[in-house]
Each structure stands twice: as structure tokens, then as C-alpha cells.
Design a protein around this ligand. Structure first.
Ligand code: PLP
Length: 385
């Protein structure tokens, strides 16, 4: 569908990977629950499907759609975002070294640390906002540089072209966790990154009702191929169900509209918090005060719907603020229709470097005036005593 790739993101989100059902004319795609598919009389599979772990029509529609949105040739859908990370990292060898950001999603950090403990790889955590620090961490054995931008939970911005340049000249593979940006705000492959991953549980699904992940690439490399094998036939088998794929694809249709509205509202909330006496610091790349603002403005088309802030006082005050919200829901995750607030350090657990007074919020689709009032009331007199 070459003509499709010239289409704009809103059109791709509705049409890419899908067509009106040939048999019935159904506009919404059917859900193909079958786990197994009929062989031809000569033993072949001319209709393209044999067994649902290997491929399924709903998964294929989702993969094709997400590949077009990301500007990628290839996509592999997984049962969760962490499933993607595991498949990528398990494709490495014991002698391989990985460079990862210090501020990386804590689930990925834990996988990396556990794999290092079990001598399945070695890892260096660096300040990924500084390309010099990334370069300094490179070893002979470095096989993969993992980046995440904007990062979770500090919303740090990594220079994608800078990291890709460091990696390319040394034959190192790169992967970007672009979950916070979604394909609407950033397309890391265009900056020379080899692979992109998303937790589709977040913006792509968009309604907090389906878990999933996707790995995307232009030219399949050895790690990508291994990850694909692990999904289909090897040890992993972590494929999403047909219904999960269908639901995720249904979410994609509104992705560009949702993400832009959430980004616009997040900026309003960030500015409000920045001016509030009860707030120490706001972490949002759309604020001029954010260290990554200029870079984000260059490599993203919007700043996203997630922000974090630290509450004046300490952990108890932050918990109390989260306890007083009425429109925000106290829950982990992000990217859905409902605005969420979470006390990040207690989600991440023991050993976290996240400040105890930090709250992370994901802006949903409610009226932004109501959200600002809710946070204002929850902050109350904090910082004014
Ligand atoms: C940036 C990022 N990457 C990956 C994941 C893991 O995705 P999942 O929860 O779908 O396994 C998350 C989950 O919060 C995330 O925030």
C-alpha cells in the first residue's frame, strides 16, 4: 500500500492495514477467533494463515497499521510492552553489553538488572540526555543502546539522531521506547534509530482496556528477527489475542486526535502547576524551563500528555494531594481517556531513585478547566502555610 504511506497520520489511523470486509461489506473488521486454519489440498497455506500463534488476521491488521503509522516496514505485535522488551533483550548473548538510560521505565530496568545478575548480558545505566555520556559508556562488546524518550517518570528527552550517530559508526543496534510519544508525536526511525517499541497498552490502545506491545523496524536486523522468532515459535509465544488486536486497532483510529488534545491540555496543566506555590518542580518537555525543551521541539510534533511534579514538603504531602483529587483517578498507567495520578516511587518499589514527593499525571480527555480546578483543590494550601 505505497500510496497509503503518503497519506497523513489521521487518515492512516483510520484506514491503514484494514479494508472493508470482502465477504460481507462490514466496515469494522471481524474478529477471527480461530486458532487454526485449513490447509490446501496440496498441503500449502495459500490464504496465508496456518496457526494463530504464528499469525492471525487481526494481528496482521494491527501490525500493518502500526507499521504505516510509524513509517516502518515491519511490525511485531506482542501481548504487552514488557513482552517486547524481554524479546529484544533475550535476543542478546551473554557477552553482549547494553547501554540504557538511568531514567528508564522501571520494568525494563528490572529486566536488565535480573538478566545481568543471571549473567545473560551486562548493562551500563547512563544519563541518556547527554550523548557524551552514552558515547563514553560504549565498549567493544556493546551490542545495543536502549533509549526511552520522553522518559518515565522524569520526562527526559534523548537526542535520537545523536545516539543513532554514535551507534551506527560502531555497528551497535539502537531501540527507542517511544511509548510516551506515540507515533503521532515522534517517529524515531526517521532519526536513524533501528527499532522502535511501544507499550500499546498506553496511547495506542488509548482506553485503559487492553494490554499490548509492538516492535517496529525498517530493515530487519538479527535482534529483530530473533524477537520475531521468539514471539511466534520459540520460547516466548507472547502473542496478543485476536480480540486484543481488534480492540487496540479500534483505539488507533482516534489516536492522533486524542494525543493532540492530551498534549494541549497537559501544557495548560503544566503551566498551572509551575505557577503553584505548593509545587517544587514540574517535569514536562513542553515547558521552556525543561532542559529538553528545544530538543523536544525539534524531534517531536507535540510534547505529550504525561507530566510529573514534586509537591512542596515531602512524600506525605504528595500522598495527601493524590488522596484529595476527585476527577483524576489514583491509578498507574497512562495514555487513556481518564486522567490518572500516581505516586510513582511507591509503584516502583524498593531501590527506586524517583523522589518520594513526585506525582506523575496522565492527562485524559476530560475538560482541561476541570482538571486544573481538581489539581488546584487537591493542592489546596500546600506551600502557602
Ligand atoms: C515507557 C514504558 N515502556 C514500557 C512499559 C511496559 O508496558 P506494558 O505495561 O504494556 O507491559 C510501560 C508501562 O508502564 C512504560 O511506561
Amino acid at each position: 500500500m505505497d500510496t497509503r504511506s503518503k497519506l497523513r497520520v489521521e487518515t492512516l489511523a483510520v484506514h491503514a492495514g484494514q479494508a472493508v470486509d470482502l465477504a460481507t461489506g462490514a466496515v469494522a473488521p471481524p474478529i477471527y477467533l480461530a486458532t487454526t486454519f485449513e490447509r490446501d489440498v496440496d498441503g500449502g497455506f495459500s490464504r496465508g494463515f496456518s496457526y494463530s500463534r504464528t499469525d492471525n488476521p487481526n494481528r496482521q491488521m494491527l501490525e500493518r497499521c502500526l507499521a504505516e503509522l510509524e513509517g516502518a516496514e515491519h511490525a511485531i505485535a506482542f501481548a504487552s510492552g514488557l513482552g517486547v522488551a524481554n524479546a529484544v533483550l533475550q535476543a542478546l548473548r551473554a557477552e553482549d553489553h547494553v547501554i540504557a538510560p538511568r531514567d528508564v521505565y522501571h520494568g525494563v530496568r528490572r529486566v536488565l538488572e535480573r538478566m545481568e545478575e543471571r549473567r545473560l548480558l551486562t548493562v551500563s545505566f547512563v544519563d541518556a540526555t547527554d550523548p557524551g555520556a552514552v558515547e563514553a559508556a560504549v565498549r567493544e562488546s556493546t551490542r545495543l543502546i536502549w533509549v526511552e524518550t520522553p522518559s518515565n517518570p522524569l520526562l527526559q528527552i534523548t537526542d535520537l539522531a545523536g545516539v543513532a550517530g554514535i551507534a551506527k559508526s560502531r555497528g551497535i543496534l539502537t531501540v527507542c521506547d517511544s511509548t510516551f510519544a506515540s507515533p503521532v508525536l515522534s517517529r524515531p526511525l526517521e532519526f536513524g534509530i533501528d527499532m522502535v517499541m511501544h507499550s500499546t497498552t498506553k496511547y495506542i490502545g488509548g482506553h485503559s482496556d487492553v494490554t499490548g506491545g509492538v516492535l517496529l523496524a525498517n530493515a530487519p536486523n538479527a535482534v529483530f528477527e530473533e524477537a520475531k522468532l521468539s514471539q511466534e515459535r520459540g520460547g516466548g509465544g507472547g502473542v496478543p489475542s485476536p480480540f486484543d488486536c481488534w480492540l487496540t486497532l479500534r483505539g488507533v483510529a482516534t489516536l492522533p486526535l486524542r494525543v493532540r488534545a492530551q498534549s494541549a491540555a497537559a501544557l495548560v496543566v503544566a503551566r498551572f502547576l509551575e505557577g503553584h506555590a505548593g509545587v517544587d518542580r514540574v517535569f514536562y518537555p513542553g515547558l521552556e524551563s525543561h532542559a529538553g525543551y528545544a530538543l523536544a521541539a525539534r524531534q517531536m510534533t507535540g510534547f505529550g500528555g504525561v507530566l510529573s511534579f514534586t509537591v512542596r514538603g515531602g512524600e506525605a504531602e504528595a500522598m495527601a494531594v493524590a488522596g484529595r483529587v476527585r476527577i483524576f483517578t489514583r491509578a498507574t498507567s497512562l495514555g487513556g481517556t481518564h486522567s490518572l495520578v500516581e505516586h510513582r516511587a511507591s509503584i516502583e518499589g524498593a531501590g527506586t531513585a524517583t523522589p518520594g514527593n513526585l506525582l506523575r499525571v496522565s492527562i485524559g480527555l476530560e475538560n482541561v478547566g476541570d482538571l486544573v480546578e481538581d489539581l488546584g483543590e487537591a493542592l489546596g494550601t500546600v506551600g502557602r502555610a
